[in-house]
Design a protein around this ligand. Structure first.
Ligand code: NIG
Ligand code: FE
Length: 401
């Protein structure tokens, strides 16, 4: 059953550029793209359906490659405190921060977590996100990490989106392991991760490498276990200080290292050599009122792929619009709209290891795309939030939102 999508322009995003085809058409067959090109070159064939896109600009479905969308409660009171002058690190040290979300997440049932997460993820879907990564990391024990990961799988069963689940058990130290961070890492490596993986709940492993979380040596221990389980690796690195986490991630061929404000030139070189994607998170940068920028010139110069993501989480980036994050990423990190769009399509696909199937529009790839009612693709980055008119197509089917 082939469908013809006609009367559109397409930004295929191949090679990290618009790579536009004007006066284009696309043929989908089931979940995949069967043919793409100019309308003039459309081969004669029989179609079960012809859809007129009325001159829209078509892009790949957006990919939000770093989120913590599942959590209990929220941290608006902490936001208030921070604006009265208390820092994120101080709040964390006094039992707030991630620890307070851990308490709320442990108290919530699977059903409650699913209901609250679905509301947030639906906002992203309505914004044009068809692929999302979601991390655990607010459970911090087997039962509660499992609960979060099961909710992530249920989101995949409920919404028309591709959902990747990442185990972030090494996000913070749970109260049960106070002053015993090595023992907690051993517990993750010997018990939690192998079990959760065996239950089919884990697509990748992440950790928070930071002075207020886990050391590079502890993260390396976790990476070795992930490697032995054949699980891809990601890392929160260099967000608040320079510990060399991004170089470590590169040494272990991580899919991505994320945040990166404090990374050094040597880290950049290591990531470039390993093909590890740099995921920049403008929401967290903005919300924590950071002043130290990631080394953007150096990242460009060494050819590191740059992805952008919402980092949707209750503490540092309560962001419900990826497009708003795109505008902020573009403005704050001086990325052109074209680079920004690449950051949430092709480069974000690399950050999830999905580059063979997602992230660009070409024959054989999954038919996830957005038909935007705009004059030029730069408009997707230009507008600050709002509801940009669009049609969302996932796996070859138009979604009603
Ligand atoms: O990506 N950096 C660590 N993790 C999250 C914040 C989590 C939280 O504060 O709840 C982040 O910014
Ligand atoms: Fe994060």
């Amino acid at each position: 059953m082939k469908k013809l999508w006609k009367n559109c322009h397409i930004a295929t995003m191949q090679n990290g550029q618009y790579s536009s085809i004007e006066h284009a058409a696309m043929v989908t067959s089931g979940q995949h793209i069967h043919w793409i090109g100019t309308f003039e070159d459309l081969p004669a064939d029989a179609y079960s359906e012809t859809i007129d896109l009325n001159g829209a600009w078509v892009t790949p479905g957006l990919i939000d490659c770093h989120t913590h969308s599942v959590f209990g409660g929220n941290r608006s009171v902490e936001f208030e405190k921070r604006l009265q002058g208390v820092s994120y690190a101080e709040i964390a040290a006094s039992g707030g921060g991630i620890a307070s979300t851990v308490r709320a997440t442990r108290e919530a049932s699977e059903e409650q977590l699913l209901a609250s997460a679905l509301k947030r993820v639906r906002c992203l879907l309505k914004d044009g996100v068809t692929t999302i990564e979601i991390k655990s990391g607010y459970g911090l024990d087997y039962v509660n990490e499992r609960k979060m990961l099961r909710v992530i799988r249920q989101i995949a069963d409920t919404l028309p989106m591709t959902v990747r689940s990442t185990c972030l058990a090494a996000h913070a130290l749970p109260p049960e392991y106070k002053d015993q961070s090595d023992a907690y890492i051993e517990h993750i490596c010997n018990e939690m991760l192998p079990k959760l993986h065996q239950e089919g709940l884990v697509d990748a492993v992440d950790a928070f490498c930071e002075y207020l979380a886990f050391s590079p040596a502890q993260v390396e221990r976790l990476f070795k276990t992930a490697q032995s389980l054949n699980l891809p690796i990601k890392l929160h690195a260099e967000q608040l200080s320079a510990l060399g986490g991004s170089s470590l991630a590169a040494r272990y061929q991580a899919l991505s290292a994320d945040h990166l404000e404090f990374m050094t030139e040597d880290d950049v070189k290591a990531m470039a050599a390993a093909g590890t994607v740099a995921v920049l998170l403008p929401g967290a940068f903005y919300f924590l009122r950071e002043t130290k920028y990631p080394p953007l010139d150096s990242l460009h110069q060494h050819g590191v792929r740059i992805a952008l993501s919402s980092d949707l989480n209750p503490g540092t980036s309560p962001a419900l619009s990826l497009r708003l994050m795109m505008n902020m990423g573009s403005t704050l990190f001086r990325l052109t709209p074209e680079q920004t769009l690449a950051g949430v399509t092709t480069h974000a696909a690399y950050a999830l290891g999905l580059q063979e199937t997602h992230g660009t529009l070409e024959t054989g790839k999954v038919a996830d795309f957005i038909a935007w009612d705009i004059e030029h693709p730069s408009e997707i980055v230009y507008w600050l939030g709002g509801d940009l008119p669009k049609r969302i197509i996932q796996h070859g089917n138009e979604i009603s939102i």
